[in-house]
Structures are given as structure tokens and as C-alpha cells.
Design a protein around this ligand. Sequence first.
Ligand code: NAG
Ligand code: NAG
Ligand code: NAG
Ligand code: NAG
Length: 512
Amino acid sequence: MGRSHLAIRMRIRRHKVFLLCLLGICVISFLHYYKALHNISLLQELSAPSTHLKSLKIFSDIFWNFPAADFRPQQDFHKHSQLKVNVDSNLILKGPPDKKLHERTFVLRDDPTPFFIHTKSGAVCFREGIDMTASASHHRLLQQHHREIKFKDKAINEVEKVVQCPCRQGWHGPHCGIPTIVYHSNLPSKSKVTPRKVPRRVINAININHEFDLLHTRFHELGDVVDVFLVCESNFTAFGDSRTLLFQQMILNGTFDYIKHKILYVFLDHFPDGGRTDGWIADDYLRTYLTKNGMSRLEGLKADDVFIIDDADEIPVRDGILFLKLYDGWTEPVGIHMRKSLYGFYWRQFGTLNVLSACTAAMLFKVYKGDGIYLRRRSYYSMSGFREYENSTGRILVPWAIGSPVHYAGWHCSWCFKPEGIYYKLISAQNGDFPRWGDYSEKRKMSYIKELIRTGGWFDGSAPEYPPSDPKEHMYAPKYLLDNYEKYRYLLENPYATINVKRNGSSFKGVI
Ligand SMILES: *[C@@H]1O[C@H](CO)[C@@H](O)[C@H](O)[C@H]1NC(C)=O
Ligand SMILES: *[C@@H]1O[C@H](CO)[C@@H](O)[C@H](O)[C@H]1NC(C)=O
Ligand SMILES: *[C@@H]1O[C@H](CO)[C@@H](O)[C@H](O)[C@H]1NC(C)=O
Ligand SMILES: *[C@@H]1O[C@H](CO)[C@@H](O)[C@H](O)[C@H]1NC(C)=O
């Protein structure tokens, strides 16, 4: 009896030891995981006396944008922009058709827009994110809450961090400046992001062919948060044929007067060697030239400015870009989960397209050699400057993406043209993305193209099944298009569908 009792006890003890060990392993792996997730514990960094300067940098990066914040990176950065100028010298423009437009420089200035307001209770709230009606009724409550905290913790001078703002639906965080697409993203440092005192400047770079409706859409979607659009146009098609400088004509004839003050026109007047035989060379070169020429013509660039490179058919939603502009503490490079559709917004495809499209100017020059093409590739960690740059930021740089597979943070509208536009895209497509459908005369026929639009089919003869979509659904299309429904109806409804069921609210699957 006693013996078996003892045996049982010992077995229990052994089990306990085993469980403790297991628990220990769990804790250790959790800490590892936690550290990786939160890129380095802030407290640990702050308390380490040896890394004083670094701590100050992290502190100011993560908290308010103190003057000291840009101290070191700025210096390094200037060194690099010197380098950049040398690299650029082989990209100097020749024989310009309109001398002024593509030789202008653009001076970046701080955006004075008061994005945040200071409430009487001491809170700093994102103006667009707060519920004004709630703010009035909660005011007294907040004030009281505020006083209590102040009393308890006088030493903390960042009292306003604790005071909550009343958030509207779709906005999160103590300042109500975190949009749902960031709140539900995989950003590891989500809980540590803080509003900046001075917004970052945002640079959006794109190459343009004939996607002018989508260009208007971009300008309306992002016009108030982007500080400068670098727009590159070439007098060569991606195939190497000559093309009219339509965008330049449109800038000069007033089509873009509403946004002209934010456009820096980049003119690519030559075709890269080898671009005709290998179309990918032409494709990459467009982005290289766009970034190098465009960035070299910006004055007053800062290390923490945001650089975003998109294709003309990729339109990020404004709120996500605004978050990058107004907040500190996010990691880079930054991807964007985009809703995918074909020919218009009506042929929605499954899932999202997540394209690495944004980083700081510092990362662009220190890691990506000042060339936007590298940013779009996923292998940033193998770039020679990456480890050094990561070390200089004082954190682990993990890519994250605005949005998620179920939260669209933009739109990728592929081949979204009228049939003539599709025809033009076919014949001007680069020579490398095979099969090159523009080479087949039957695929260039207008009737064939219209049939593709009607059925959502592809040039290879396939007709995928599409999930149902409805213009009323959230993130169906950019606001500007929906606000001008009649004008852009061809992008919002299938123009060749025989029965237009969508008009009265019901959705449909596939082709009727
Ligand atoms: C493009 O413009 C440059 C400079 O004006 C000119 O030298 C070149 O011939 C043009 N190319 C085409 C295809 O028009
Ligand atoms: C401006 O130029 C574009 C391209 O050449 C043309 O299609 C458009 O009609 C012009 N607009 C005006 C108002 O002249
Ligand atoms: C990282 O930065 C610290 C100083 O901030 C420096 O001492 C160290 O050598 C750097 N490590 C690498 C791998 O660059
Ligand atoms: C939808 O539209 C069709 C044709 O315009 C009409 O006959 C039908 O009654 C409408 N259905 C609803 C539910 O409004």
C-alpha cells in the first residue's frame, strides 16, 4: 500500500518536473516569438546604457518626432544622396521636346494640415477618426479620467497618450488614427505606433501609358495625402515603338490642372539596350528611370519621407497611405493588399494581390540603391545594404502589408480599359511576357476583345469562375469612380453583359 503510494507520488513529482520543463520551454519560445514579433523589446533597449544614442533614436522613432530623431540617419542619408547624384549622372536627359516640364525640380515641404486636434481634456485625436457627437458627450468623462491619471502619475509628461479619443467606426487606437486596414494587418508593432508631430512627406511614383481614367482616379483618391506624384512617360512603348506624349499634352492643355501643382513630370526619351529582345529589361528600366530621375529632382528630401511605387493600375486606398504619413513605429518594406479585378471592377478575382510598394526614402537609398524596381521584389533581405540599414534603425525589419487577404487596402484593376484601350495595350506590350497576345491577329479583333470583357475570359481561352461582386459592396471601386458613376460606368458594370442584373441590387455569378 505505502510503497505504491510512494511510487505514485514519485511519478506525480516526475510529471511535475516534466510539466515545469515544458512550461519553461513554452515561456522561452514565447519570449523569442514575442521579441521577433515586436522587433526588440522597447524597455530592454531603453535601459541598456551602452546603446544610448540608439535608444534615443528608437525612442524618438517610436514616440514623438523629437528634433534629435533625424540626427544620425540624416547625416548618413546626405552621404548617400551624394552617391546617388553620381549614379544619376548617366541618366541625364537629352534633347527634350518640352524643356521646362521635365527639367523642373520639386521642393518638398512639410504638410501644414492639422490632421490632429488637441482636445480640451489633453487628448490628441485624429480629426477624421473621431466621433464628434460622442466627443461632446464624453468630454466631461474624459476630463475626469485625465485628471485622475495626472494625479496618480505626475512623472509621466506624456499624459495625453492615456487619454482616449472617442473613435468613429473604422478608426482605432488611442488617437483614432489607425484605420481598420492597418488595425487588421500583420503589422507587428501595431500597438506601439504613435502619431507624428510633423507628417512625413509622401512621394508616389508611377509610369503611365494610356491609363488616364485610372490616373484621374489615383489623383482623386490620393491627391490630398500624397505630396508629389512622380509620373513617367516615354515616347517609346514598352515594345519599343514610338508613341505620342499624351500625358504631356494633357498636362499642357489643362486636363490635370486640379493636381498639376503636385506632379513632377519625368520624360524617358530613350529605349534601353536589349529592351526589344528582352521585354523585362524595358519593363524594369521604366521603373529604374522613374525613380532615379524623379528622386534626383526633389529638393528637401528627408530620410523618413515615404516612397511609394505603383503600376498605373494599382491604386492604394487613401487611409492606408495617410497612416504611413502620420504615424511613426511601422516597419518596412510595406506591401499593400489590393482587390483584384479584370477589365473593370465587376470581374473580381479571388484573394488579394499583395505588392511591396512602399518604404522610407532612407531605405530606398541605403538598401534599394535608389531604384524602385528592387523595392517591388520580395528578396529585400539579400540586398547588400539591408543588414547595415536594419542595424541603423535599431529594430528588426519585417515586411508587413496594409490590409489583409480579407481587408482590401487598394485596387488592382487589370486591363481596365474600353476595348480600344485593350487593343492598344496588346500592341504596345513588352516583348518578354510570353505568350504575347498582341502577336496574334485574331486576339486583336474588337469582337474578340468584347467577348472577353463580356465573359471575363482570358486570351488563352480560359474563363475562370469569379466570386460574386456588387457595386454596393465595401471597397468595390475607388470613391471617385463611384461618385462619377455615369462617366465611368464602363469600369463599374460589365458593358456587354446581356442581362444587367446588377442594376437592381442582386449579384450574379459568372456569365448569364
Ligand atoms: C524620343 O525623344 C527623343 C528626344 O526628343 C528623340 O531623340 C527620339 O528620337 C524620340 N523617339 C521616338 C521613338 O520618337
Ligand atoms: C488634351 O490633350 C489630350 C491628348 O492629346 C486630348 O485627348 C484632349 O482632348 C485635350 N483636351 C483639351 C481640353 O484640349
Ligand atoms: C550595428 O550598429 C552598432 C552601433 O549602432 C555597431 O557597433 C555594430 O557594429 C553594427 N553591426 C553591424 C553588423 O553593422
Ligand atoms: C430587376 O430588374 C428587372 C429588369 O429591369 C425587373 O424586371 C425586375 O423586376 C427587377 N427586380 C427587382 C427585385 O427590382
